[in-house]
Design a protein around this ligand. Structure first.
Ligand SMILES: Cc1cc2nc3c(=O)[nH]c(=O)nc-3n(C[C@H](O)[C@H](O)[C@H](O)COP(=O)(O)OP(=O)(O)OC[C@H]3O[C@@H](n4cnc5c(N)ncnc54)[C@H](O)[C@@H]3O)c2cc1C
Length: 437
């Protein structure tokens, strides 16, 4: 068929009418309510769910409480280490850029949860009453559990840690380059025990620094040791096996069940607790630290915590994301006590589940949506290559797309381009409440 201008105009008008109709039917399907929803924590999960609920509920009054005056795009931290991002403005932006105008933002922190009285206590804004509560407070980085380490040391004397902050991401890149150009030495990369956000990041950091060392020449004069408190590299068997292969080729050694306990930045020594209950001491010239992580104190000391299985994380049903004892409370993001899923990719797949289930609760219906534990980790291999790893509660590879675009076991330029250039726009769209893929 020849596509004439007239045909194009007709199809444009038809499409326009169809989208206007679907917008209208979406608007009509919104649930009317005057409920008060308080969202505690306005990071990736908090901003996104507040915006998404505005799309599901008509008349709802949403308040977000968060003390952080800016938004921090944390997946960009590995790109700071890679040197692809070179400014902290690459990972921070104003919160208001993303927020629907009808949402009330309180720049304050919650100091106490009182779920028996449907209230939260804030530092400076008094008590807030709610009908429904969403907890999305992320997690706490526990640098304090490593004896001798002051986070101010990050970026000095060979100490790096991309987890800490945008500044630490930039400083970690500088330390890594200095190490790579030093002519030889020992690099240590740590991984704490238990749940952590982006559990792939300590391995991405190892790969990037090894790449810098290789690029600088004299690779044989460097020793690279990955020390993990876990007994596997990665929880998905095929991914684990693939990484072991790559590390064998690149001569990156790994040591299981070694947990960083203490460090001395002057003598450049580190002490690791071992499975047998002993301690081993090792020297280093460069160290990348991934600190232990737990729920934030206000959550872990509250009636909302699961202190038996999940180190004080929020005690939710792992499928519906509803709190197990307080039905008007939901959680999403890093703070939930689920077996996997502390990534922004998990937040993206949790959003429709929480929005659908909260709407059903308001309608006094059974909760229809279930989260499958989806998470994703673009395993960066060097500046230019990555492998896109996605999985869920089954610990088997899956894909969020209708078909597999890249083989997750092949080093791929396309996966790198996705990590470098596509993840951010998808993330920004997610913050606005949309979940296109
Ligand atoms: C180095 C690194 C690399 C990563 N790479 C990836 C990746 O490649 N892909 C991916 O999908 N994910 C990645 N992530 C993980 C991703 O960034 C997180 O999973 C995501 O940010 C979780 O969102 P969240 O809202 O739960 O937590 P956050 O975004 O951390 O937000 C928590 C919010 O809670 C607020 N808060 C804390 N305490 C209180 C309180 N008492 N009262 C009120 N508010 C409070 C904080 O100020 C913060 O704004 C990475 C993370 C890091 C650190």
């Amino acid at each position: 068929m020849v596509i004439s201008r007239r045909n194009l105009l007709i199809s444009g008008a038809t499409l326009g009418a169809a989208s206007a109709a679907s917008f209208l039917s979406w608007e009509l399907s919104k649930q009317d309510t005057n409920a008060r929803v308080v969202v505690v924590g306005g990071g990736a999960a908090g901003i996104a769910i507040a915006n998404k609920l505005q799309m599901y509920l008509n008349g709802v009054r949403i308040t977000v409480v968060d003390p952080r005056p800016y938004h921090w795009y944390q997946p960009g931290q590995t790109l700071l280490l890679a040197g692809v991002y070179d400014n902290k403005e690459d990972v921070i932006s104003p919160n208001k850029q993303y927020l629907n105008a009808d949402i009330r933002w309180i720049e304050d922190q919650v100091t106490e949860f009182d779920p028996d009285n449907n209230q939260v206590l804030t530092g400076q804004s008094g008590r807030l009453d709610y009908d429904y509560l969403i907890v999305s407070t992320g997690l706490e980085l526990r640098y304090d559990l490593i004896e001798g380490l002051d986070p101010d040391q990050i970026g000095q004397d060979g100490i790096s840690s991309i987890y800490h902050s945008p500044e630490a991401g930039l400083a970690s890149h500088r330390q890594a380059m200095k190490f790579a150009q030093s002519g030889g030495g020992k690099g240590i990369f740590t991984r704490p025990h238990g749940a952590m956000k982006c559990a792939g990041a300590p391995m991405k950091a190892t790969n990037l620094v090894e790449y810098f060392v290789r690029q600088a020449g004299q690779r044989e004069r460097f020793q690279m040791d990955y020390m993990t408190a876990e007994n596997v590299l990665f929880s998905v068997k095929v991914f684990d096996a693939r990484l072991q292969e790559i590390w064998q080729e690149r001569q990156i050694a790994h040591h299981y069940e070694h947990e960083l306990k203490a460090i001395n930045s002057q003598t450049k020594q580190a002490w690791f607790g071992t499975k047998e209950g002993g301690t081993i001491e090792t020297s280093w010239d460069f160290i990348h630290i991934s600190p232990p992580m737990s729920a934030i104190p206000v959550v872990r000391h509250s009636p909302l915590a699961n202190n038996s299985d999940f180190k004080g994380y929020l005690d939710v049903d792992k499928y519906t994301l509803q709190h197990k004892r307080y039905p008007n409370v939901f959680g999403l993001g890093d703070t939930v006590g689920t077996p996997v899923g502390k990534t922004a990719a998990s937040v993206k797949s949790q959003l429709p589940v929480v929005a659908t289930n909260l709407t059903a609760l308001i309608r006094e219906e059974a909760l229809p949506a279930q989260w499958d534990g989806y998470t994703s980790c673009p395993m960066i291999l060097d500046v230019g290559h990555a492998m896109l790893w996605e999985f869920d509660y089954t610990l088997q590879p899956v894909t969020a797309l209708p078909f597999e675009v890249v083989d997750p076991l092949k080093e791929s330029k396309l996966s790198w381009v996705m990590e470098k250039s596509l993840l951010r726009p998808i993330y920004d769209v997610m913050l606005e409440g949309y979940t296109p893929i």
